[in-house]
Design a protein around this ligand. Structure first.
Ligand code: ADP
Ligand code: ADP
Ligand code: SF4
Ligand code: SF4
Length: 609
């Protein structure tokens, strides 16, 4: 437990209680009863707090960190960590007694884009809220919060001192694109045009709107926008502000690959020498493309987070994947994440049993037409689908499943296939009053039967049992996503369709979900389709890909299943973007437009190396 690696000349205790999980009326207060310090009868390291519904409070200066309370609590509400004493001097913020604690801050640099990566719950948003002047840091002392004078003095000799002084004196203007764009329609009324005109301090909103395709929906009400449209609208609004610091918290969610690259290019074009830019992003190819520098947040989600020193972007992302930060001498993960693995099959028919076969198809839905090339899918195969929203991905999968009758062509080997579908947008309201347990039970009782295969694969691996009693509608974006994925995969079906399973998940969660999808599909010998706009994850999860191109809402053309390289090549040629492979990790990296590699690969027709 605790931070390894850094020299430990002594440790201090960090005790964090998740008060959402703690339920003193449903336990026997084991945490208090079994504490060895309490048992001595002389002192109390932990006691119940009548002002907080008798939930416990832990005195960190008395607690010896034995971890007995952590193990005894039936709801896993307590975490105890030993922190090197030197690190305590770098405490930046604590939300309250026995609450999450942040150490160190990212250091923005003028004229550079600073990328921030790290697991959810390690303090990325907390850090940027401090740098945005939205949260006054208390230096880890919620009981005795310092004034700005003291805070600034604390940063003496640190590059951040001047920045924070300017924040304290409101001399830095900040434009901040928040993470949860779905929340915006609840608080902002009016149309796209009205919001952009209001935000437009630089007189460029119309131009950006055009660049992002928002001019077509200029008069549309904000309440009627899709997630992707909201995302683009907010990015456009932030870029039109005349600010000193620009912050983008997860700018790629809900955007397809083309749009992700478009907004990345746009942000890069805006970089000016005398401004600061900060981006939090889990799509590593996008983060890699936008940023000049990266800081990595590590620690224990919900307990503490430490900000690494800034690294150059290439090395920073590689260190993150490798799981070792050299400047800190810190191992942040046991296993490295690597993309250098042999692709399983590129021509399924040789190795696997066909599961589904179809001819050229013509499918009509209202004004929308989908044409497909013929194809075969093998048992246990995962097919990635690449293409924008509204291009016919759902229509295609429902046709294969026999839910939609094609106008022309046929689907062979057609049983009465059941489809289990996770939509792109998960509406918390649709879960009504159901708890996480109920949602999973209704999907498949096996999923909540301890020891069963499904329980181990889904509930345990995604750690959903912690939330069993929580109402599903109160979960955060990432938690809700994991529940919806588990619910979809728990159902008994023949074809699984997961639309953007990675939204709101961090890199480790994305990879872990990718592995779960792989294992379930292979073991059950079914077929899965994964719509995924994070190229790294698409590369990781899919055996082959189908590329759907065309005009969203009007017509789509679906390729046959192609090898990843062929499919990506076809798709990227349309976009005029090239990717190379990083020699150390094997991860895909976007080439800068017009760079030597970009020109060479385009000349050879190799858009995806
Ligand atoms: P990230 O952006 O890396 O996901 P956050 O900065 O949002 O992380 O949150 C870090 C931790 O701080 C989380 O465990 C969260 O529960 C906790 N936290 C965030 N805001 C508050 C708050 N207002 N009060 C108490 N805890 C909070
Ligand atoms: P995707 O999954 O790629 O987002 P869909 O297959 O859901 O796309 O939809 C493709 C297009 O077909 C959209 O423009 C959608 O509005 C239209 N469409 C889908 N289903 C119907 C339907 N039942 N009636 C009319 N239009 C439909
Ligand atoms: Fe009960 Fe655990 Fe809360 Fe202690 S921390 S009161 S054992 S739920
Ligand atoms: Fe008591 Fe040990 Fe828990 Fe500290 S870690 S509160 S000493 S049981």
């Amino acid at each position: 437990m605790g931070v390894e690696g850094e020299a430990m000349s002594g440790a201090s205790r960090l005790a964090v209680i998740d008060y959402d999980l703690c339920k003193p009326t449903k336990c026997h207060q084991e945490c208090i009863v079994f504490c060895p310090i309490n048992k001595t009868g002389k002192q109390k390291a932990i006691e119940s707090d009548p002002s907080n519904k008798n939930k416990p409070i832990i005195y960190e200066d008395i607690c010896i960190g034995c971890g007995i309370c952590v193990r005894k609590c039936p709801f896993k509400a307590i975490s105890i960590v030993n922190i090197p004493r030197e690190l305590e001097e770098d405490a930046i913020h604590r939300y309250g007694t026995n609450q999450f604690k942040l150490y160190r801050l990212p250091v923005p640099k003028k004229g550079k884009v600073l990328g921030i990566i790290g697991r959810n719950g390690t303090g990325k948003t907390t850090s940027v809220r401090i740098l945005a002047g939205e949260l006054k840091p208390n230096l880890g002392r919620p009981e005795d919060p310092p004034e700005w004078d003291e805070i600034i003095k604390h940063f003496r000799g640190n590059e951040l001192m001047n920045y924070l002084r300017d924040i304290a004196n409101s001399r830095i203007r900040v434009a901040h694109k928040i993470q949860y764009v779905d929340l915006v329609p609840r608080v902002v009324k009016g149309t796209v045009g009205q919001l952009l005109v209001k935000a437009d301090e630089l007189g460029i909103a119309k131009e950006i709107a055009k660049e992002l395709g928002l001019h077509n929906i200029w008069d549309r009400k904000i309440s009627r926008l899709s997630g992707g449209e909201l995302q683009k609208l907010l990015i456009a609004a932030v870029l039109s502000k005349d600010a000193d610091t620009y912050i983008f918290d997860e700018p790629s969610s809900y955007l397809d690959v083309r749009e992700r690259i478009r907004i990345s290019k746009l942000i890069r074009e805006f970089v000016k020498n005398n401004r600061y830019y900060i981006v939090i992003e889990h799509d590593l190819s996008i983060l890699d493309y936008i940023s000049d520098l990266v800081s990595i947040l590590y620690g224990e989600p919900g307990v503490y987070g430490i900000v690494s020193s800034p690294y150059g972007v290439k090395n920073g992302v590689n260190y993150f994947l490798d799981g070792y930060l050299p400047a800190e001498n810190m191992r942040i993960r046991k296993e490295p994440i690597t993309f250098k693995f042999a692709r399983q099959v590129s021509d399924m028919t040789k190795k696997q049993h066909p599961f589904l076969e179809w001819s050229n198809l013509l499918v009509k839905r209202g004004d929308f037409t989908l044409e497909t090339e013929p194809g075969v899918i093998g048992e246990g195969e995962i097919i990635g689908i690449i293409g924008p929203n509204g291009i016919g991905k759902t229509t295609f999968v429902n046709t294969l499943a026999g839910k939609i009758e094609p106008e022309q062509g046929y689907v062979a080997l057609l049983g009465d296939f059941k489809v289990s579908y996770k939509p792109q947008y998960i509406r918390a309201e649709e879960y009504e009053d159901k708890t996480v347990y109920q949602v999973l039970y209704e999907a498949n009782p096996d999923a909540v039967t301890p020891g069963s295969w499904l329980y181990m694969e889904l509930v345990k691996k995604m750690r959903l049992d912690r939330f069993y009693d929580r109402r599903a509608s109160t979960l955060s974006g990432g938690e809700l996503q994991k529940l919806a994925i588990a619910q979809t995969l728990a159902r008994d079906a023949d074809i699984y369709l997961l639309d953007e399973p990675s939204a709101y998940l961090d890199v480790e969660e994305r990879l872990s979900v990718a592995k779960i999808i792989r294992r379930l599909t292979e073991t059950r010998e079914v077929a899965a389709f994964v719509v995924e706009h994070d190229v790294l994850i698409q590369d990781y999860v899919s055996d082959r890909v189908i590329v759907i191109l065309g005009e969203p809402g009007l017509r789509g053309h679906a390729s046959k299943p192609l090898s990843l390289k062929e499919g990506m090549n076809r798709f990227l040629r349309e976009l005029g973007v090239t990717f190379r492979k990083d020699p150390d990790t094997g991860r895909p990296r976007i080439n800068r437009e017009g760079s030597y590699l970009d020109r060479m690969q385009k000349a050879k027709g190799e858009y995806y190396m």
